[in-house]
Structure formats: structure tokens, C-alpha cells
Design a protein around this ligand. Structure first.
Ligand SMILES: C[S@@+](CC[C@H](N)C(=O)[O-])C[C@H]1O[C@@H](n2cnc3c(N)ncnc32)[C@H](O)[C@@H]1O
Length: 209
């Protein structure tokens, strides 16, 4: 199997996870994740998310949380853009260990995004995420906790896999939050997450009101 075929098969595995299979997958994948995703599949989603977030964030001292941070690809780009106050959150200890080795995060939090987070209310200015709101990963219910932990006026900038944007309730959740006056949707841009394999996503930016 070529590197590209091997990377594609890992992506297929990631998109077809059953309950309880995500942590073992990322435990196996952590050490070769960057090579498989970035080098073989041409994974550019994290760069897009960070660059778009940067257009909404004028303060390099902003407190940022990268959720489903994995090995730290979004924070790597944010760090290149001058941000230093970045925390990461992921439920895979092995992915967090790779992220820690890059020395770009202030704090790394081992937590599950589908649960209530042990994080104070209104502490972050910006929440970013790439690749986590996707097939058989995290659903739109997690947005409630993300909105709790950012301050009013704070920004959420996340990629959402285009194939599940409507079917998994992301469109409905964001519309309901906006109708309820809790958020303002600032932008929704379609991007190709990987350049060597057609995986489309939306980068959605919304502000907590
Ligand atoms: C495809 S990777 C994306 C990692 C990184 N953001 C990137 O773009 O390379 C998805 C990440 O989400 C994490 N994840 C999946 N479900 C999660 C959950 N319920 N809570 C926290 N992290 C989760 C996985 O451990 C994995 O690191």
C-alpha cells in the first residue's frame, strides 16, 4: 500500500467510527497523524481555520482554546501568526502528548467535548477547531458548552464537514442559536480540507452575543 492509500484508509476508518472506537483510533494514529494527514493527504484545513480566525481576532494576546486539538496543527498556524495564549483540549491522551511536544500550547486539557467541561464561564476570547465536527466525531450539541466558556463578543471559528452540515443538525443548531439571539453568524466559507483527497468543509464563524 502506498502512503496515500494508507492515509486514505485511516481517514475512512476515522469517518466510520462506532461508539468507543475513537480513542483507540487516535491512540494508534497519534505518532503518524501529521505525516499521514499533512504530507500524504495535503491537509490544509487547520491553516484555513487559523487564517480565518485571525481575520476576526485583532488582539495577539487573545485567550484561545483549540478544541479537538489533536496534534496541534491549528495552533501551529496560530503560533506562526503571533498568538501565544493558546490552550488545547482533546480526549485522546496520545494526541495531546504529540501536541505537548510542539511547545505551542499554554495548557492542554484532557476532556470530552460531549460532556460538561471543567472550564470557567466566559474565559476565552476565541475558540477554534478543525476536523472535529465531522463524521462520527462531535455533533452540534457541543456548541452550548463552547458558548458558555467564551466571553460575550468572543468568536467561535470551526470547520464542519460539508457532507454532514445539514444531516447531523449543524445548520439547525446554528439557526436556532441565532434566532434565540445567542449568536451572530459572521461567515460561512466552503473550503477543501485536504488537497489530495476531496473532503469539503465549511469554516463557520459565529460571535457570542
Ligand atoms: C481529525 S482529528 C483533528 C485534530 C486537529 N484539530 C487537526 O485538525 O489536525 C479529531 C480530533 O478530535 C478529537 N476528538 C474526537 N472526539 C472528541 C471528543 N468527544 N472530545 C474531545 N476530543 C475529541 C480526537 O481525539 C482527535 O484528536
Amino acid at each position: 500500500m502506498t502512503n496515500l492509500e494508507q492515509s486514505k484508509s485511516l481517514l475512512v476508518r476515522a469517518y466510520n467510527l462506532k461508539e468507543g472506537e475513537a480513542k483507540p483510533l487516535y491512540q494508534d494514529w497519534a505518532n503518524s497523524y501529521d505525516a499521514d494527514l499533512v504530507d500524504s493527504l495535503g491537509y490544509v484545513g487547520p491553516v484555513h481555520v487559523a487564517d480565518i480566525a485571525d481575520t476576526y481576532c485583532t488582539n495577539e494576546d487573545a485567550r484561545i482554546l483549540d478544541v479537538g486539538c489533536g496534534t496541534g496543527l491549528v495552533a501551529q498556524r496560530l503560533s506562526q501568526l503571533g498568538y501565544e495564549q493558546i490552550d488545547g483540549l482533546d480526549f485522546s491522551k496520545e494526541m495531546l502528548e504529540v501536541a505537548r511536544s510542539k511547545d505551542i500550547y499554554v495548557d492542554l486539557i484532557n476532556a470530552d467535548l460531549t460532556q460538561t467541561l471543567s472550564i470557567n464561564t466566559s474565559v476565552y476570547d476565541l475558540v477554534v477547531s478543525c476536523g472535529t465536527f465531522t463524521h462520527s466525531h462531535v455533533g452540534p450539541e457541543a456548541f452550548d458548552e463552547l458558548l458558555r466558556i467564551i466571553r460575550p463578543g468572543g468568536i467561535v471559528c470551526v470547520s464542519i464537514n460539508a457532507e454532514i452540515y445539514e444531516s447531523n443538525g449543524f445548520y439547525k443548531k446554528l439557526s436556532n442559536l441565532e434566532c434565540a439571539g445567542k449568536i451572530l453568524i459572521e461567515s460561512k466559507v466552503k473550503i477543501q480540507l485536504t488537497v489530495n483527497e476531496p473532503v469539503d468543509g465549511f469554516v463557520v464563524v459565529f460571535k457570542k452575543l
